[in-house]
Ligand binder design. Structure first.
Ligand SMILES: NC(=O)c1ccc[n+]([C@@H]2O[C@H](COP(=O)([O-])OP(=O)(O)OC[C@H]3O[C@@H](n4cnc5c(N)ncnc54)[C@H](O)[C@@H]3O)[C@@H](O)[C@H]2O)c1
Length: 291
């Protein structure tokens, strides 16, 4: 995927990783729609894009509002004459043990991290298919998508697993000219620790997070580095874009547990292929088309 003279939309681009992706895209010669729920932040980053010499268009968009995502696409196509790259990056999280978390927070995290991301895939993806030119969707997952089980972050972890599952199916459903990536960063120094600052009233309203989370996330990788790796990953047409070598350990732990569970409980038995859903579907469909 050639990343030059393209037209990009980045959600959650008013801060952190989204801002870094937007600026990296601009530096590599692309125009960017900077979408964020925070109006001032979106405008400030759009100005930074312009200062690099590319078009930067600020759009206020709460991705948990399906109508707002439709309007974002309308505005992007109207302002840039088309879109080639979508970075579904807006995301939120807040900590609580699984047993203690509130339904409001579970809904908020899923409405932004999954439902909003799905709406972006659907609205932009359909237009990409119709446009019939090379296009790419990069969904921001996390090391939480790859097996990192972070005590106190169960809702967030569940949402990021869902991002990986959705993206994996999507890539198999899309035509060849539309690609999909999942960006899977580890810890990055951003404002994510304080995501509840923007939590809408319907999910419990705004709240200041604790300073400990700020201190921990402050130890993370520089967001600019993630912006570079995200754009590099899309350019190289990678499906998975991990950014922290330590994430590999979490993924290996997950895989080792899966593998050992199979060894103990479901080792291969002669003829098991007959239960492979892909084989069964192919056979049933072939029989159907043969009458
Ligand atoms: N920081 C990390 O350690 C880390 C690690 C892995 C993945 N991520 C993911 O990266 C993405 C970006 O997070 P970040 O760390 O840059 O956080 P951040 O809080 O610094 O930036 C997120 C931006 O998204 C915006 N936003 C929040 N809700 C929105 C909504 N409903 N609609 C549109 N915009 C919204 C915020 O206003 C903010 O500008 C998220 O999906 C997050 O889950 C972060």
């Amino acid at each position: 995927m050639q990343i030059e003279d393209k037209r990009a939309v980045v959600t959650g681009a008013g801060a952190g990783i989204g801002r870094a992706i937007a600026l990296e895209l601009a530096r590599r010669g692309n125009d960017v729609v900077v979408a964020d729920v925070q109006s001032e932040a979106a405008s400030a980053v759009a100005k930074e894009v312009e200062s690099v010499g590319r078009r930067g268009v600020a759009v206020v968009c709460d991705v948990s509002d399906p109508g707002a995502v439709e309007s974002l696409a309308d505005q992007a196509w109207a302002d840039l004459g088309g879109v080639d790259l979508l970075f579904n990056n807006a995301g939120v999280g807040t900590g609580a043990a699984v047993l203690d978390g509130s339904l409001d927070n579970l809904r908020w995290i899923f409405e932004v991290n999954l439902f909003g991301l799905w709406k972006g895939c659907s609205v932009f993806g359909k237009r990409f298919v119709e446009q019939d030119t090379p296009a790419w969707i990069c969904n921001t997952g996390s090391e939480h998508s790859l097996g990192f089980a972070h005590a106190g972050m169960g809702f967030y972890t569940a949402s990021k697993h869902a991002v990986l599952g959705l993206s994996d199916v999507l890539r198999h459903e899309l035509p060849d000219h539309v690609g999909v990536s999942v960006l899977c960063p580890g810890m990055v120094s951003t404002e994510l620790w304080n995501a509840t600052r923007n939590r809408p009233e319907r999910f419990g309203g705004s709240e200041q997070a604790d300073a400990l989370s700020q201190q921990i996330l402050g130890e993370g990788m520089d967001a600019e580095e993630i912006g570079r790796r995200a754009v590099d990953g899309v350019e190289a047409e990678e499906f998975l874009i991990p950014t922290h070598s330590v994430t590999r350990g979490h993924a290996e732990t997950r895989w080792n547990e899966i593998s050992a569970a199979f060894d103990r409980q479901a080792p291969y038995r002669e003829g098991d292929e007959r239960y492979d859903v892909t084989n069964v579907m192919q056979r049933v469909l072939a029989n159907q088309s043969n009458g």
